[in-house]
Design a protein around this ligand. Structure first.
Ligand code: AMP
Length: 326
C-alpha cells in the first residue's frame, strides 16, 4: 500500500496535548429538503464543527451562546464528547439563535427562510481564563468583528487560526472582513464565496488574490465536487465521495472544517502533506453529515466508520501512471 494511504488509514490517537478552540453558533435549525422536513432541531456552525473535531481530539473548547430554551441534554452530550463548554454562555431569559432553510431539488442551493439572531445579536465572546493556552483556533461563520475580537482576547496567538465566512458578510461588512482576514492563517470558504471575495472567476487566480489578503492557506469547498487546498505554489484537490443518498447538506461545510482542524490539532503537524490528510479527514466526516438531518448521523458514527470512509477516498483517487507518452 502507498505510504500516504497507510498513514491515512490509521487515525491519530485522540490527542490530549493540543487544544482546539471552536467559536461558532449553537442553534436551532428547521430544514426542508426534497426528502422531508424537520421541526426545530439542534444545529449551528459551532455544534457541527466541535462534534466533527471531537472524533480526533479530546482537548476541545467551545465559545458560544444559547438561550434558556436550549436543551441541557445537548450540552451534556457535547461534554460527553470531550468538549469543554465553560465558554458556552446560557442566557436564561433569552432565545437561542434560529435558522431555517429550504433546499432546492439539486440539493446544491438553498433559500434561507428565517434567521432569528436572538442571543447572537449582542454576542460577546468571553474567553474563559482556562482557554488562554489554546493552540488551534477555528472561527465559525460569525460577524467578522466578533471573530477578530476572539483573536484579540487570546493573550497568546494560537499556532494556527482558521476561519469560515459567508457572502452575507461580504455584502454588508467587507472592510471588517478584510481586516479580520489579515489575522488568520487558513480561510475555508466555498467557490461562490471565493469568487465574490476576489472578484475573479478562475479559482486559481482567486486563490492568489485571497491569499494576498492575509491567510497563507486557502481551502475552497465545491460541495459535491470536492475541495481545493492552496498553499504557496502547491495545490491539492480532494474529491467528494460519490454518495447514494444526500439527505440534508446543512452543516456539511462546518463538519468539514471541524474534521480538518480536529485532525491538525490531534497530529500537531501543519505541513502541507498533513493538511492534505486533514482535508480528507474533513471530507470523510462531511460525507456522513449529509446522510441524515442535522447532527443525527455525526452522533451515530464511530472511528471505525471514519477510517473505512477515508480508505474509500484513498482508493477512489489512487492510480498508477507514468506521465510520459513516448
Ligand atoms: P452550513 O450548511 O455549513 O452553511 O451551516 C449551516 C449552519 O449554520 C446551520 O446549522 C445554522 O444554524 C448556522 N447558521 C446559519 N446562518 C448563520 C449565521 N448568520 N450566523 C451563524 N450561524 C449561522
Amino acid at each position: 500500500m502507498h505510504s500516504c494511504a497507510r498513514k491515512l488509514l490509521s487515525l491519530p490517537p485522540k490527542s490530549i496535548k493540543m487544544s482546539l478552540l471552536t467559536v461558532g453558533s449553537v442553534a436551532f435549525d428547521a430544514i426542508e429538503t426534497p426528502f422531508g422536513k424537520t421541526e426545530k432541531i439542534v444545529g449551528g456552525a459551532g455544534t457541527f464543527i466541535s462534534l466533527a473535531s471531537s472524533f480526533f481530539t479530546r482537548n476541545q473548547r467551545l465559545v458560544s451562546v444559547v438561550g434558556g430554551d436550549f436543551p441541557k441534554e445537548t450540552i451534556s452530550y457535547l461534554q460527553s464528547r470531550g468538549i469543554d463548554t465553560t465558554g458556552l454562555q446560557v442566557k436564561d431569559n433569552e432565545k437561542t439563535f434560529f435558522w431555517s432553510g429550504r433546499y432546492h431539488n439539486d440539493m446544491n442551493s438553498r433559500d434561507t427562510l428565517a434567521t432569528e439572531l436572538n442571543v447572537l445579536e449582542h454576542f460577546d465572546p468571553i474567553i474563559p481564563e482556562s482557554y488562554q493556552d489554546t493552540e488551534y483556533l477555528m472561527l465559525g461563520n460569525l460577524t467578522p468583528a466578533v471573530q477578530r475580537l476572539v483573536i484579540e482576547r487570546l493573550h497568546k496567538r494560537p499556532k494556527l487560526i482558521a476561519m469560515d465566512t459567508m457572502n452575507f458578510w461580504m455584502d454588508i461588512a467587507m472592510d471588517d472582513l478584510k481586516e479580520t482576514l489579515t489575522h488568520v492563517d487558513v480561510l475555508i470558504i466555498n467557490d461562490e464565496e471565493a469568487r465574490q471575495l476576489s472578484g475573479e472567476y478562475s479559482l486559481l487566480v482567486a486563490s492568489r488574490v485571497i491569499r494576498n489578503m492575509g491567510p497563507s492557506i486557502l481551502i475552497i469547498k465545491k460541495g459535491e465536487h470536492g475541495a481545493l487546498l492552496f498553499h504557496g505554489e502547491q495545490v491539492f484537490f480532494a474529491p467528494a465521495l460519490p454518495l447514494e443518498s444526500v439527505f440534508d447538506p446543512t452543516g456539511a461545510g462546518d463538519t468539514f472544517a471541524g474534521g480538518f482542524m480536529g485532525y491538525l490539532a490531534s497530529t500537531d503537524d501543519v505541513s502541507f502533506d498533513n493538511m492534505k490528510r486533514a482535508v480528507i479527514a474533513g471530507s470523510a466526516l462531511a460525507s456522513f453529515c449529509v446522510e441524515k438531518f442535522g447532527t443525527e448521523r455525526l452522533m451515530e458514527i464511530n472511528l471505525k466508520d471514519i477510517e473505512r470512509r477515508m480508505a474509500e477516498f484513498v482508493s477512489l483517487t489512487n492510480f498508477d501512471m507514468v506521465p510520459t507518452l513516448h
